[in-house]
Design a protein around this ligand. Sequence first.
Ligand code: FES
Ligand SMILES: [Fe+2]
Length: 409
Amino acid sequence: MATAQFLALSSSSSASAAARPRARRAASSRVCAAGSALASGEPARRLAAEFDPAIPLASAVTPPSGWYTDPEFLRLELDRVFLRGWQAVGHIGQVKNPNDFFTGSLGNVQFVICRDANGKLQAFHNVCRHHASLLACGSGQKTCFQCPYHGWTYGLDGTLLKATRISGIKNFNKNDFGLLPIKVATWGPFVLARFDDSSQDTVDDVVGGDEWLGSASDLLSRSGIDTSLPHICRREYIIECNWKVFCDNYLDGGYHVPYAHGALASGLQLQSYETLTYERVSVQRCESALAEQEDIDRLGTKATYAFVYPNFMINRYGPWMDTNLAVPLDATRCKVVFDYFLDESLLDDQDFIDRSLKDSEQVQIEDIALCEGVQRGLESPAYGVGRYAPSVEMAMHHFHCLLHANLSG
Ligand code: FES
Ligand SMILES: [Fe+2]
């Protein structure tokens, strides 16, 4: 069980005999708590099994609405999907220089990613070892993390540098109370973390493309997705829908574009839409409509939309790349983080940047309305399951099959 593995980890290899059992006991009691929650998660596993991936797309029904509304089902997803394997958590611009850091959360996991004084990328559970206060907040630059509660202070390599007012304490070894590590690496411009593996034994901190992206790695590299473009801005949206509603919307092969995104549809040749599926990745591609010269600037001649299971989307069009990370907040709410990157040659063209971001914002506003409408429909007693449009919704079906495999495995 992933939760058990990362909670049971200790950051020290030189614990004193007296202190080590105590630290271990604290961790293992939390593992048991997580275990019993999962043991009662049998209904969620039964819900997962209601979707049958063996039925061909043309005959298949979609997952039942409970996949999108049930809090127990989300707990199962967090344990089986999000807390296993590499997860996108940010971009390298956020930890470019020594002492840069950013924080985040996924389910009940609170994390901080930083670059220590030696330039090494590090990641830790963002939880003080004294009484569990969250430690770092937001993002920025720090030479150490001082807990806001009682002032325990940690280095950016996770070491406990100072435990305040502990005179008289017994059986305490500072080395046992460093921050608990999380495995971290990069691929192209992206920062990835693994919450089921705390080992920090990688020679360099670059994850192999195949390890994260499987056989789609080459295609994505060729599509210019691994290049480090300057970061322009970040936009975050809280959307009143299950995180998968946002992903499904992304994965419908352009089906909704002519109905919901009139302006965008006029800039794309929707008949050229193609969908490719790989192990954990699907790629949708579409050509731009040559008549729309203004949008050619923004969209380029071909747009590539890559979905990296479970929740990361990379969009490459013309000089732009944007990424969308759909983070579950609860069963019926998610946060979607958009990061925009632009080719260096256009950095001075503020009009172009403003126009492009405005167009993109318009598409997001339209998608948010769709997603929130779908969520309300999923919660209606009138809806149980739906159907797929076989010629366009292949990537969505692929996504549901991957989820089923993780949740029932
Ligand atoms: S909880 Fe962090 S110093 Fe007390
Ligand atoms: Fe859309």
